[in-house]
Write a protein that binds this ligand. Structure first.
Ligand code: NAD
Length: 234
């Protein structure tokens, strides 16, 4: 892990990818604060609530006096589609956790990162932020939004010495897969171990870029996804 990271905040760190990252950070000597709605968490934080994010960062600053890395990782599957299976409460929840959670988390972390002389924000987007997902269009929509946010913030926060990166995993072996696991296994689609995503996270933190979206796909070394240049005016 990068030598410059002394204190980290991990949202959604009570299970899955967040827990794996929290363990790896702690093992390399980083002081880690886990913020989650589920146990075990150092601070209870519903990332879809702005005040909870502010409180989580306050807790980090009171406990450890600085913040070097904010891993904005909490996320949920949407649980509904846009047609007959639409459910406005599930839609709001998915957008609230997966998109608001990253916006609010970044908003809360930026002053603390600045006060610490700069740092890194890593958001867990998904490959669903890069390609369309017919099985869960709402999840794809909020993950695409996170990708757009990170690509934009990378440039916007460069003058403050804050790098902003997205981690875009394919399917990994965590609770979020739910019933989709059976479908994936039937299709023979490889499901990654959490550790493979954590390895990619380490590469992202050690990288020097900003505004990048690193894919994490079975059997391929992780690297920033190469977006095509958009056509400019002629
Ligand atoms: N596992 C995959 O296949 C996969 C692939 C791509 C992206 N992701 C993303 O990875 C991230 C982590 O998910 P995971 O796979 O580890 O699943 P997970 O279900 O194991 O972990 C998600 C964590 O987020 C927490 N959480 C949920 N709602 C929250 C809220 N409102 N406030 C705070 N915490 C909340 C949960 O309690 C849990 O600890 C998510 O953003 C997910 O979308 C997962």
């Amino acid at each position: 892990m990068s030598d410059t990271v002394k204190v980290a905040l991990v949202t959604g760190g009570s299970s899955g990818i967040g827990a794996g990252v929290a363990r790896r950070l702690a093992a390399s000597g980083v002081k880690v604060v886990v913020a989650d709605i589920a146990e075990p968490a150092d601070v209870r934080c519903d990332v879809s609530v702005l005040d909870d994010n502010l409180r989580a960062v306050d807790y980090v600053m009171k406990e450890h006096g600085r913040l070097d890395l904010a891993f904005l990782n909490a996320g949920v599957a949407s649980g509904c589609g846009v047609g007959e299976d639409f459910d406005v409460a599930l839609y709001r929840r998915a957008m609230g956790v997966n998109l608001d959670g990253v916006v609010f988390g970044a908003h809360a972390a930026i002053p603390a990162l600045k006060a610490s002389g700069g740092g890194v924000i890593v958001a867990t987007a998904s490959m669903a932020g890069i390609v369309g997902i017919p099985l869960d269009p709402i999840y794809a929509a909020n993950k695409h939004a996170v990708v757009g946010l990170i690509r934009s913030l990378g440039v916007a926060l460069a003058p403050d010495g804050i790098r902003v990166q997205a981690l875009c995993p394919s399917f990994a072996d965590t609770a979020i897969l739910g019933d989709a696991r059976v479908l994936l296994e039937a299709e023979g689609f490889p499901i990654m171990e959490v550790d493979e995503v954590v390895d990619a996270f380490e590469k992202v933190v050690a990288s020097e870029g900003t505004g990048e979206c690193w894919f994490v796909v079975p059997g391929r070394p992780s690297e920033p996804f190469a977006f095509r240049r958009a056509p400019g005016p002629r």
